[in-house]
Design a protein around this ligand. Structure first.
Ligand code: ATP
Ligand code: MG
Length: 407
């Protein structure tokens, strides 16, 4: 104990005990500014690692608990393992032990080094000081694909024609439609089984009508910070309104906009509400069309199907025999082939297959050609490829039936 007490009092600083040596006589301290200090103490003092001390020039005291800095921090739960929890703390990943506090992935929580203290909000809170800028739009703008055009889309002539008619009426001939006082078309819904070409056609149409295409994919879009999805959605619509022509494309919309009573996921409910506002707000002068795809039309929130929203639906059927020949011919044109391939014969045997199913034949056919050291796909490879895919489908069906029977 030394010195006179000056008017300001002796300077002392808070430091944390990081390590103890020499039977408790040597402390390794860390100050709040990050500096370290070794300090010898009297053996009558009993510090423990983690304690806070008040350190002055020639003296050290126990820091009263009121002075201990709040060491709790806010984090978003990213992953919860039995023994370890990973959190996002202002953009840095940190981990703490998992404890008995009840919390889930996505919660905003108060945390100490010992684990989660409590849940502050069920939702991941985002800092308002992180305003979204233009770059937030970038992931949603689909650059026009160089070689994609109508010639790559086989069959489904009625679908293509109908889709083009609706899109052109909206984006290209809106003035004329307005002159005859027709109700503007705001949203068109593409329905149909997986692999029937919904996404592909949307991309082709955007390119052929020289529209800027914004693509929002359901599942990825929801798992964002609170409020961010809605903000991005508003930005997309604002940006779209400034373009000569634009298509806002909701791919697999059922995953964001499922029926609300079944889907009480907060985030998707807010996204649907924002989408509804945006669609209702859209001025007829804006050359913006909203396209959406789904293979579960019955699962879509009814509010979206009401007049003035997605009130036009185009169903993508499975390709007909003629369609399948065309789709296979397009596939052939994409590959290196030699000689005549029995496209019509295979088309005749693939009733019920989608375009995506037919595409698989080429992958298998290529394997056969390569294994046999050929430089091009020949008829025998094509047929073998078809048979291989067919076998796999049969196998899948058998397994599916077995699974259903077991349930
Ligand atoms: N009419 C078509 N002509 C040629 N190829 C097609 C056609 N339709 C689909 N394809 C092929 O099938 C693939 C899958 O199609 P696409 O992704 O458009 O299906 P989808 O209907 O969007 O399916 P999902 O519902 O699973 O999203 C395409 O990448 C393309 O290679
Ligand atoms: Mg798709």
């Amino acid at each position: 104990m030394s010195g006179e007490v000056s008017e300001q009092g002796p300077p002392q600083a808070l430091a944390r005990v990081k390590a103890i040596h020499n039977g408790g006589q040597l402390l390794y301290l860390q100050f709040l500014n990050g500096n370290y200090l070794w300090l010898a103490i009297k053996d009558s003092m009993e510090f423990e690692v983690g304690d806070w001390a008040l350190v002055g020039d020639e003296r050290i005291d126990y820091a009263p608990e009121e002075l201990w800095p709040d060491e709790r921090w806010l984090g978003i739960v990213k992953s919860k393992l039995p023994d370890l929890t990973i959190l996002d703390a202002s953009g840095h990943l940190r981990f703490v032990p998992t404890n008995e506090v009840d919390y889930e992935i996505g919660n905003t929580v108060l945390v100490t080094d010992h684990g989660v203290d409590r849940v502050i909000d069920e939702r991941p809170l985002r800092r308002d000081s992180d305003p979204l800028d233009e770059s937030a739009l970038a992931p949603y703008i689909v650059p026009p694909s160089g070689n994609l055009d109508f010639s790559k889309f086989g069959g489904l002539k009625d679908v293509v024609q109908r889709a083009m008619q609706l899109v052109e009426a909206t984006l290209v001939k809106r003035e004329k439609l307005k002159a005859i006082k027709a109700r503007p078309i705001k949203g068109v819904l593409f329905t149909g089984d997986p692999g029937t070409g919904k996404t592909m056609l949307a991309r082709i149409i955007a390119k052929e009508t020289q529209s800027v295409l914004y693509r929002i994919r359901g599942p990825e879009f929801v798992s964002k910070w609170v409020g961010e999805s809605e903000e991005v959605l508003r930005m997309i619509f604002d940006d779209a309104a400034e373009q000569k022509r634009a298509i806002v494309f909701f791919d697999e919309i059922d995953s964001v906009a499922g029926r609300r009573e079944e889907n009480d996921h907060d985030a998707s409910r807010r996204i649907v509400a924002t989408l509804l506002t945006m669609m209702d707000r859209a001025e007829p002068e804006e050359n913006v069309l909203v396209l959406a795809t789904t293979n579960r039309p019955d699962d879509i929130d009814e509010a979206l199907l009401r007049a003035g929203r997605f009130d036009w639906t185009i169903e993508f059927p499975k390709p007909s025999h003629e369609d399948r020949v065309e789709i296979l011919a397009i596939g052939a044109a994409r590959h290196t082939v030699k000689g005549d391939l029995p496209l019509a014969t295979v088309a005749a045997q693939t009733e019920g297959w989608t375009a995506a199913d037919l595409d698989l034949i080429w992958a298998e056919a290529s394997l056969f050609a390569v294994s046999d050291e050929r430089e091009a796909i020949m008829a025998e490879d094509f047929v073998a490829g078809f048979q291989r895919v067919q076998e796999q489908f049969n196998l899948k069906r058998v397994n599916e039936r077995r699974r259903v029977a077991q349930e």
